[in-house]
Structures are given as structure tokens and as C-alpha cells.
Design a protein around this ligand. Structure first.
Ligand code: ADP
Ligand code: MG
Length: 445
């Protein structure tokens, strides 16, 4: 294959993997020249050159040997005109600045339409309290929990509530991915660096979603650390969400994750039956679905247990299916649609597919555990064994990859799953575990 410097660099980053693709120093390099002896890239500073050489040189040279020729090596030239990262500038708010702000807020996510139950009561209460007392007791506020449980909704609700009370307050909602992308843009383009810092460091309320994304993004972590300190120093409010607790954030600098615990850390859990039903009722009201029989809502609340997003999705799907068929949404229709999806074809017969949620529910019931125990970070003995059983069953009975399974269990690393499976395989030689697995497998069939 004929490479241009650009195409080779692109492929290089792909080959080196995620860490390289997100590396703040590699991101600043510009591919310049390619021939059989050398691949030349330009970087803005000696420091960037050192960083790349120290951490990536041998990997890059290995790729060059394979793709170009065994004599081809990386050369890095320093070109200061590429980018200048200004030293920290004072970013006092400019009182003359009347430009309308973009808050990133979704007006549909408010406290009024957030249904409260046992699993989200504390999160809701602290979020509301933070919105009433910016920079107070709950600063920073860290909300964590699994997908689709309402973290993003609460984050927007805080922002909307603050804006409504005082439109002059500077509120900013971003995902941590957006934060990173804007940071990288600001490094690449010297004119916007000041803008980036003043945007983030002068908000009264910074809402930053899915902070787990910053794991392994060293450069962005550093910038976020500085932003955090600057806001905190001025008693400006910071609210963050994550799919795991601060101590489970791996590859995040200790000094950063420990700061997340300074204010309040609140967990949002899976909804129980009562909350699922109340949410369904509220969604029917919001959407104007007035004639859905309550036995249909009860049925949905019973079988859709994983999260609230799925609950909403199921309701909308059923409603759409009924209107497509021009039928009333009856319990029979709901049963037939929901038993029908998701399905897999196994050995020619249609079989209800086994999802990780089904497995988790089954295992949790068998061992009499609470919602969320299997996916929690707790490592007590009573949880470890059932969790390993559940992980093993996921590997055996779903199509998911080990990485997917790790994600379902809120684990960072797929090796956790491999380890769990090995443990269970060993224990399968004993009668007790063998019986449990046989029993659970029969339940899944
Ligand atoms: P997360 O950010 O935790 O993945 P979201 O906040 O995106 O979850 O919530 C998923 C969907 O469920 C959204 O449409 C949200 O409005 C809805 N939702 C979540 N929790 C509640 C709740 N307690 N009351 C009403 N709707 C909720
Ligand atoms: Mg979210």
C-alpha cells in the first residue's frame, strides 16, 4: 500500500490504540514527510518531542518497520509556530461581556418531571439542595450509577432550576468528551485558548457529564484539575456524573479523584417496581397516552427492570406497534410484542434471548441480593461469588464480548470477567457450584 504522511499517521494512531489516539501530545503532531528511511512529524515543543519519544518511539518504529521498511524510523522536528499554549492567564469575568451564553441545557429535563423513589431519593435531594445553594455544602456534587438511571436528567434539572431562578447566572452543561475536544481544539488553535479557559473557569455552575471518560486522558485531566481548582476556589458549583464511584475510576490521577469526594458523593440505583410504575404513569401523562390500561403498565413495570431509558423505550414501542396495527394496546398485544423481542434464532426454534439483565436478575433473586449489588463495587464475600456466577453465565449464554460483559458489570477491565469465569470453572468440579449452575441454566432456557 502507498502511504501519504497523513494516511500513515492516521493508521499509526489506529494501530497504536486508544491510549495513543487520545494522547494529548500525539494529538499535537503533524505528519510532514515520508520516505524509505524516515517518517518526519512536527510538534510544537521540545517537551512534546520528549514525551512522544519516551513513550511511543519504539512502538512507532515497530509499525514503521512493518508498514514501510525495516530502515524507516521516526524523526521528530520541533516547529514552535504550530501551537503556543499560553501560560495560565487570569480569567476574571468580564463585566462588559454581554454576549448571550450557550448553556447546553435541555429544557425537558427538569425536577418537576423527575419521579422520585427509593433508589434515587438521595441523589434527587442533594441535586435539588445544590441547585438552591451553589458552592455550598454539596460542592462538588458527584452523582454516579448505571446507564439510563437518570444522571443526565438530574444534571440538566439542576442547571434549568438555577437558570430559571436567576437567568444571569452562568451555567454550563457539557459532557467530559466535549470538554476534552474543546481543550484539544484550544491547544491546536492559539487564539481560542483564552476563550476556552474563560468559558470554563468563570461559570457559576459547571455541570460535567460522564466524567469516567477522562480515564487515561492525562492531558485533559490536568486541564480539568486546574479548572476544578479555579472554580472551587471561587466557590462556584461543580456537579459531575459518572458510571462508577470516584474510587472506582481507574487511570485517573489520585489528586483529582480524591477531590471529587470533597463535597457529596451520591449513588443512583436501579428503580424498584413501584418507581418503574410511577415513571410509566408520568410518561403516559407527558406523552398524552391516556387510554393505556393499568394492567399493561403493571406488566411493563414487571418485566422491564434494567433501567428507565428501556422503560420509556418499551412504552413508546408498544404504543407505536398498537397504532401501526390499528389496535387497542391490550395486555395480550403487550405480551405478544414483548415476548417477541428481543429474540434469537437457536437451532431453528425461536427462543427468548438471554440478556445480561435477565441473568443478573435471576442470580440476584437466587442469592437474595438487592438491586445493584451485582454491579456494585463492593467486594464482600457474599457478593463476590454470586457476581462471578453471573459473569460466568453471561459469558456462556449471551453473545456479548468479555469487554461488553465487563461494562455491564461496571468493571473497567475484561480480565475481571476472565478471572471470574476461571474461578467458577474450577468450582464446577465441586457439587455445590455445579448444582447452582445447572439450576440457573435451566431457568434461563
Ligand atoms: P443516565 O444519564 O443515567 O444514563 P438519563 O438521565 O439519560 O440516564 O435517563 C434516561 C431516560 O430516563 C431519560 O429520558 C430520563 O428523562 C428518564 N428518567 C430517568 N430517571 C427518571 C426519573 N426518575 N423520572 C422520570 N424520568 C426519568
Ligand atoms: Mg447520561
Amino acid at each position: 500500500m502507498q502511504y501519504t504522511p497523513d494516511s500513515l499517521w492516521f493508521e499509526m494512531l489506529e494501530t497504536l490504540g486508544e491510549t495513543a489516539r487520545n494522547d494529548i501530545y500525539l494529538c499535537q503532531a503533524i505528519p510532514r514527510t515520508l520516505n524509505d528511511e524516515a517518517f518526519i512529524i512536527a510538534v510544537p515543543s521540545d517537551y512534546t518531542q520528549d514525551e512522544i519519544e519516551n513513550r511511543f518511539l519504539s512502538d512507532i518504529n515497530n509499525v514503521l518497520a512493518k508498514r514501510i521498511s525495516s530502515d524507516c524510523t521516526l524523526e521528530i522536528s520541533v516547529d514552535p509556530s504550530l501551537a503556543v499554549v499560553p501560560e495560565f492567564e487570569q480569567t476574571e469575568p468580564n463585566p462588559e461581556d454581554n454576549t448571550p451564553q450557550t448553556t447546553g441545557l435541555n429544557p425537558n429535563y427538569i425536577f418537576d418531571n423527575f419521579v422520585v423513589g427509593r433508589s434515587n431519593r438521595i441523589c434527587h435531594a442533594t441535586a435539588y439542595a445544590a441547585s438552591q445553594d451553589l458552592g455550598g455544602e454539596y460542592n462538588p456534587l458527584f452523582i454516579y450509577g448505571g446507564v439510563g438511571l437518570g444522571k443526565t436528567h438530574l444534571l440538566h434539572a439542576i442547571g434549568n432550576c438555577v437558570q430559571e431562578a436567576d437567568p444571569k447566572r452562568k451555567v454550563l452543561y457539557v459532557t467530559s468528551e466535549t470538554f476534552m475536544n474543546e481543550y484539544i481544539d484550544s491547544i491546536m488553535n492559539r487564539t481560542s485558548s483564552q476563550g476556552f479557559r474563560s468559558k470554563y473557569r468563570t461559570t457559576d455552575l459547571l455541570l460535567i457529564d460522564d466524567i469516567q471518560f477522562l480515564q487515561r486522558k492525562e492531558g485533559t485531566q490536568e486541564e480539568f484539575f486546574n479548572t476544578f481548582n479555579e472554580l472551587y476556589k471561587r466557590s462556584n458549583q461543580i456537579v459531575m456524573t459518572s458510571d462508577r464511584s470516584p474510587d472506582m475510576l481507574e487511570n485517573l490521577e489520585e489528586r483529582l479523584s480524591s477531590r471529587f469526594e470533597w463535597g457529596m458523593v451520591a449513588e443512583i440505583d436501579k428503580p424498584n417496581y413501584e418507581l418503574r410504575l410511577s415513571i410509566l404513569r408520568q410518561k403516559c401523562e407527558d406523552q398524552g397516552f391516556s387510554n393505556i390500561p393499568s394492567e399493561v403498565l403493571n406488566y411493563i413495570a414487571e418485566i422491564v427492570t434494567a433501567n428507565i431509558r428501556q422503560l420509556e423505550g418499551t412504552l413508546v414501542t408498544l404504543k407505536a406497534r398498537a397504532s401501526l396495527l390499528d389496535e387497542e394496546l391490550t395486555i395480550d398485544l403487550a405480551r405478544s410484542v414483548l415476548n417477541d423481542t428481543p429474540t434469537t434464532i437457536t437451532g431453528g426454534s425461536r427462543k427468548k434471548s438471554v440478556t445480561p439483565e435477565v441473568i443478573q436478575e435471576l442470580v440476584a433473586t437466587h442469592f437474595q441480593l438487592n438491586n445493584g449489588d451485582l454491579t456494585s463495587a463492593k467486594r464482600t464475600k457474599v457478593l463476590v461469588y454470586p457476581r462471578q456466577i453471573a459473569m460466568y453465565l453471561c459469558r456462556e449464554h449471551t453473545q456479548l464480548s468479555l469487554t461488553d460483559i465487563a461494562e455491564v458489570f461496571n468493571r473497567q477491565n475484561h480480565r475481571t470477567i476472565t478471572y471470574a469465569c476461571e474461578q467458577i470453572e474450577k468450582l464446577l468440579e465441586e457439587d455445590e457450584t455445579k448444582k447452582i449452575i445447572q439450576h440457573l441454566t435451566a431457568e434461563l432456557a
